[in-house]
Write a protein that binds this ligand. Structure first.
Ligand code: ARG
Length: 464
């Protein structure tokens, strides 16, 4: 007697162990692919009818039945059965129960191996566009900040030591670039996601007269995958996507680190709005930057998910192996975590304020941040750079000893270190002089930053 509870039960005489049923089911998480599964099945059925493998009447019944199922799932009335393992068999079995024989013809020339690959690609195609939009949202917040604070200065750091004065807008637009690269990476990955795998069947293709290009067109794919064996075992596009998302979350984490530092009493460069902070249950005075902390913390799981998928693939022989079912949880967790983090970060940034006066004081007072400008000044007076570097080093040492800033030295004091120094030196020792002298391509001079800002604004406008 066959195991009738299973769609593949024909060759089995005993029923599946309960422990195995629970162990192998993926419906708890792959049910989120229902819309893609239904769209894929409709396209497949259309092709079967077009090729004369099912009748037009059967096609109609299949399409209507699938639409009904979609409505039920969306209404929350559909009963997912773990004994049917996954989303594919839950939908197919219910369809057969609804429409009988026509439903039993749907799986003609198809395997769950190409089906699950299709569903995942369709899902990721949409998600890729959504995450690109979320990245644009973060960029929009940065551009907003860059516009709002155009002209205001802040200390620029290397080694987390004050290095050179920069414009706040320059710092904001640095993040604009960073997240822009993430968008490019996602768009590039989409080329490899956006191929139709259906028709690879179990792994070797099929002898039935199918038309793969028909299905591809029907689902809006520009082309089909090439090799049936590669197709059903391929999850490279998931690895790439998870890698890009890991990069995004790492970028968010670096940004979070800055926001956490900047909102401390020690820095006090920014004020995060109350809506994005939480208090302490014991210390009434506290306002904690939990949101950036959580985003920073979540980088751990997103990077971990990438490792999980890579490790999953390592050692798998061609072609499909059930191991591959394990790709979904890390993928979905990555999508959820990155999407949530990007959305909330965009909002947090849009509601953040810089303490411009404190930043101006931090930039001019202490740190000798215009020391490089003095060296460059000497270079323009024909002093070789290495010599200039040493002269300025000695000048800074003198300042440290006298507890003075570079701007507080008299011309005479400066001339002790180099005779070529003249009255015009004071203009370049000021913060403003320093910032605005940096007009090299990509530099922090206001002319360059204004150009960059306008370019960024145009890019965002074009995207709507
Ligand atoms: N739930 C399965 C997965 O996610 C679908 C494919 C199952 N294929 C099979 N031959 N058992 O991978």
């Amino acid at each position: 007697m066959a195991n009738d509870t299973k769609m593949w039960g024909g060759r089995f005489t005993e029923s599946t162990a309960a422990s195995v049923e629970a162990f192998s089911a993926s419906i708890q998480y792959d049910s989120r692919l229902y819309r893609q599964d239904i769209a894929g099945s409709k396209a497949h059925a259309k092709m079967l009818a077009h090729q004369g493998l099912i009748t037009d009447d059967e096609l109609e019944q299949i399409v209507a039945g699938l639409s009904e199922i979609e409505v039920e799932i969306e209404a929350g009335t559909f009963v997912f059965r773990p004994e049917l393992e996954d989303i594919h068999m839950n939908i197919e079995k219910t369809l057969s129960e609804k429409i009988g024989d026509a439903g039993a013809r749907l799986h003609t020339a198809r395997s769950r191996n190409d089906q699950v690959n299709l569903d995942t690609r369709l899902y990721m195609r949409d998600v890729t566009a959504e995450i690109i939009d979320l990245l644009t949202g973060v960029q929009r917040s940065f551009v907003g900040l860059a516009r709002k604070y155009l002209g205001a200065v802040m200390p620029g750091y290397t080694h987390l030591q004050r290095a050179q004065p920069v414009l706040i807008s320059h710092h904001m637009l640095a993040y604009f670039e960073m997240f822009g690269r993430d968008k490019e990476r996602l768009a590039d990955g989409l080329k490899r996601i956006n191929l139709c795998p259906l028709g690879a069947a179990a792994m070797a293709g099929t002898g039935l007269p199918i038309d793969r290009e028909f299905v591809a067109r029907e689902l809006g794919f520009p082309a089909s995958t090439a090799n049936s064996m590669d197709t059903v075992g391929d999850r490279d596009f998931i690895v790439e996507f998870c890698a890009t998302c890991a990069m995004i979350q790492v970028h968010l984490s670096r940004l979070s680190e800055e926001l956490i530092l900047w909102s401390t009493e020690e820095f006090k460069f920014v004020e995060l709005s109350d809506g994005f902070c939480t208090g302490s249950s014991i210390m009434p005075q506290k306002k904690n930057p939990d949101v950036p902390e959580l985003i920073r913390g979540k980088a751990g799981r997103v990077v971990g998910n990438l490792m999980a998928v890579l490790t999953l693939l390592k050692g798998l022989p061609m072609t499909y192996n059930r191991d591959l079912q394990e790709d979904k949880e890390p993928l979905f967790d990555t999508i959820d975590t990155v999407s949530q983090s990007l959305g909330i970060m965009a909002e947090l940034l849009a509601n953040m304020e810089f303490y411009t006066e404190r930043l101006a004081t931090a930039t001019s007072g202490g740190g000798y941040m215009t020391a490089t400008d003095l060296a460059d000044y000497l270079v323009l007076k024909n002093v070789p750079f290495r010599k200039a570097h040493s002269i300025v080093g000695q000048t800074v040492a003198y300042c440290l000893e006298k507890a003075k800033d570079l701007t507080e030295l008299s011309l005479q004091e400066l001339q002790q270190f180099s005779k070529v120094i003249e009255d015009d030196v004071f203009a370049i020792l000021s913060v403003e002089g320093s910032v605005n002298s940096r007009v090299s391509l990509g530099g922090t001079g206001i002319v360059r930053v204004t150009e960059a800002l306008e370019r960024a604004e145009k890019m965002l406008e074009a995207k709507g």
